[in-house]
Unconditional design. Structure first.
Length: 173
C-alpha cells in the first residue's frame, strides 16, 4: 500500500491509482455502521477544531448563564486589559475581520458593559472602555472562565497543559 498525504495507507488499484471509497467497499454504509475518520484522525487541524467545538460548547453552557461566547468574552477581556484600545486594534490582535469585532462591541455596549469614546488624539478613532458594570461583570466572568478552563484540562497534568499551550501557540503565532 502507498502512503496517503497524511502518512496513512491508501489503497492502490492495479493500474497504480488510488481507489475511490466506493471501490474500497466504503460506499453505502448503513446508518448503524460505525463512522470511520482515518484521514481526518491524522490531521492536526481536525483535532484542533474538535477541541474548539468541545471548548465553545462547554463555555457557552457554563459561563455567564449561557449569555457569553468565547469571542464575546475575549473582547471584554481585551478591553479590560487595554482600556482605550480601538475596534481595529482588537480585530488585528484577534486576527478577525473588523465587522465581527464591531458586532461583538455592539453587543457589549447594548448590555451596558462598555462605552465608545472619540479619541482625543484622532477624532476618527473610537476608544473602548469598560463601564463600572462591565468591570464588575468581567471580574465575575473571570472566575467562571477559570473554573471552566480547569475543568476542561483536568485530564492533563500541569506539564501537559503547559506543553499543549506552547504547541498551540506555535500553530497560530
Amino acid at each position: 500500500m502507498a502512503k496517503s498525504k497524511n502518512g496513512g495507507e491508501a489503497a492502490k488499484t492495479v493500474s497504480g491509482g488510488t481507489n475511490t471509497p466506493a471501490e474500497n467497499g466504503k460506499h453505502g454504509q448503513g446508518a448503524d455502521s460505525p463512522i470511520t475518520a482515518d484521514f481526518l484522525e491524522g490531521l492536526a487541524g481536525y483535532h484542533i477544531r474538535r477541541a474548539q467545538i468541545v471548548t465553545f460548547r462547554d463555555f457557552s453552557a457554563s459561563v455567564g448563564d449561557g449569555e457569553y461566547s468565547p469571542p464575546l468574552f475575549s473582547v471584554l477581556s481585551l478591553v479590560s486589559e487595554n482600556p482605550g484600545s480601538s475596534q481595529a486594534a482588537l480585530a488585528d490582535f484577534l486576527e478577525v475581520d473588523r465587522p465581527s469585532v464591531l458586532s461583538l462591541v455592539d453587543q457589549l455596549e447594548d448590555r451596558g458593559l462598555l462605552v465608545r469614546q472619540r479619541s482625543k488624539s484622532d477624532r476618527r478613532r473610537q476608544a473602548l472602555f469598560l463601564t463600572r458594570k462591565g468591570e464588575s461583570e468581567y471580574e465575575r466572568l473571570c472566575q467562571q472562565v477559570t473554573a471552566q478552563d480547569k475543568r476542561l484540562a483536568q485530564r492533563l497534568t500541569a506539564a501537559e497543559r503547559r506543553q499543549l499551550t506552547k504547541l498551540l501557540k506555535k500553530v497560530w503565532k
